[in-house]
Ligand binder design. Structure first.
Ligand code: FAD
Length: 472
């Protein structure tokens, strides 16, 4: 009997749980629902939407090699998904619909509605766990609660993870041709708002992702621990957009690590094990989004921080967005985000802390700006990262540990070469001067004075946090 596989943020044919399960049961038809207005409502901008569309094209090609047709439909809201899928299932005589679970609140609700609609119609539907080793709820504390802190979560993850959770799913063999063609990518109304970054920076699809993983393991992974904090070095995998849209799976990443590391994930090469830890962070934040759905409703994880007296400061916010705060590392980072659709992790921490602490601007404004520009925008990691920086989240940075952006700059961009790349007006200065140019040098370069004084801003943030009622 025919199977329908609904692709979403799992744009690959390799190691895909839903596809493997469907292919084992019968001939497969694939479907992708384009839903740009809902994505925009969720805050995703043109960069991610464009990357996703290119990913769907690449998926269609990969599916063509397996004789699996890819149907494409446009819907304007998630609420149209159940009826759209049901109509397709009836039209094509489908026995069972398969998909891989997604965990943020709206996606989860959409999927529940699809499951109900198919159930009522008497059609089969199977939701699979694919994006994470443990479905949220499977890994709980001794008190049967969701973990609120990363380290014990990671320990439990390592303790419980087994062969089955890490094993690659079967790649489907080419099936017999069906009398059905793939649909072309639909033209979408409302598309093209803003200017996507150079698509060549992020070639889409599972082959591009596999190439990146291979290069990372060959050239960078063993230096990851030392190099991962230096934005001028390509020391990290730059796989986040591919993981966010499922052009590569966590299992493929971990299998590759194990084959380089004598079969181990927790012991062995320090670079490889540090990298595994980051993949577990990603999973942790998906559990948080599911276990504490208030974070999906724009609420802080630590409820008492909802009362923080955020400042209304449109000028400051604009300066931050435009990379004109007068703090060179912050500005270089923000320009990296806007021009490439990606920002180095160290700098995401620095810039997020600068907005939420130095400017005392509501972290949710920064969260939204990131999502609008990131190619790798992912609710769990982005929200988790912002709440970490703003000290409102799970393992959040203690509110009194406020990064000094100039010290961070001297430490992590010692040569000032990242600054020179993204703030070219400072490239002529000596490496030492780039971190904090003199008033004279700023004037000559047309570079602004610092919009806040570090010490004063720090004190203002500390006072704001101290004004909170401590949690009961
Ligand atoms: P690597 O260092 O190679 O790590 C491998 C993978 O692990 C990444 O691709 C990513 O999937 C995952 N990962 C790494 N660090 C983290 C982390 N701290 N939390 C969760 N997962 C992680 N990551 C996103 O994928 N999407 C986002 O929208 C996002 N927003 C962020 C916002 C803020 C304020 C902060 C502080 C972090 C954010 N991160 C986000 C996490 C992290 O910065 C990126 O995943 C990382 O920079 C991606 O680069 P990479 O692929 O080279 O990472």
């Amino acid at each position: 009997a025919r199977q329908l596989v609904w692709f979403r943020s799992d744009l690959r044919t390799l190691d895909n749980t839903a596809l493997a399960a469907a292919a084992a049961k019968g001939p497969v038809i694939a479907v992708f629902l384009h839903c740009p207005s809902q994505w925009q409502a969720h805050g995703h901008g043109a960069n991610k939407i464009d990357f996703c569309r290119r990913g769907v094209e690449a998926l269609r090609e990969a599916l063509t090699g397996l004789n699996i047709p890819l149907l494409q439909r446009s819907i304007s809201r998630f609420s149209e998904a159940p009826d759209t899928l049901l109509a397709l299932a009836r039209e094509h005589d489908i026995a069972t619909l398969h998909f891989n679970r997604e965990y943020p609140l709206n996606e989860w609700r959409r999927d529940q509605a699809v499951v109900e609609t198919f159930g009522q119609a008497g059609l089969g539907v199977q939701a699979h766990t694919d994006a994470v080793a443990f479905a949220p709820g499977e890994l709980l504390t001794g008190k049967n609660e969701f973990y609120r802190v990363f380290t014990p979560f990671a320990k439990a993850w390592h303790r419980e993870v087994d062969h089955q959770r890490l094993a690659l799913r079967d790649d489907p063999a080419p099936q017999k041709r069906l009398a059905l063609d793939s649909d072309p990518l639909p033209k979408l109304a409302g598309e093209g708002a803003g200017h996507p970054i150079d698509a060549g920076l992020w070639p889409a699809g599972q082959d591009a992702a596999a190439g990146r993983l291979e290069r990372f393991l060959r050239y960078r992974a063993r230096h990851y621990r030392e190099a991962r904090d230096q934005p001028s070095v390509h020391g990290t995998s730059e796989l986040s957009p591919y993981l966010a849209l499922g052009m590569i799976s966590y299992r493929q990443c971990l299998q590759a690590v194990m084959s380089e590391n004598g079969g181990h994930l927790a012991d062995g090469d320090a670079g490889l094990t540090a990298w595994v830890n980051e993949l577990i962070w990603r999973e942790f934040y998906q559990h948080i989004a599911f276990g504490f759905p208030e974070v999906c409703r724009h609420r802080p994880f630590q409820a008492h921080t909802a009362d923080l007296p955020w400042r209304d400061d449109d000028e400051g916010f604009k300066a931050w967005c435009n990379g004109r705060t007068g703090y060179p590392l912050v500005d270089a980072a923000m320009r990296q985000l806007v021009t490439t659709g990606w920002m180095h992790n160290r700098l995401r921490m620095v810039t997020a802390m600068f907005l939420s602490k130095h400017l005392l601007i509501d972290w949710r404004r920064g969260e939204a700006f990131f999502l609008e520009h990131l190619v790798d925008g992912e609710f769990g990691a982005n929200n988790g990262g912002w709440q970490w920086a703003a000290s409102t989240g799970t393992d959040a940075a203690p509110y009194f540990r406020i990064f000094n952006p100039i010290t961070q700059s001297r430490r992590f961009d010692a040569e000032g070469s990242f600054i020179a790349d993204f703030v070219p007006e400072l490239a002529e200065l000596s490496t030492k001067a780039r971190h904090d140019p003199s008033g004279e040098a700023r004037k000559t370069a047309g570079y602004p004075a610092a919009i806040v004084d570090h010490k004063a801003a720090r004190k203002r943030a500390l006072d704001a946090f101290k004004s909170l009622q401590t949690p009961r």
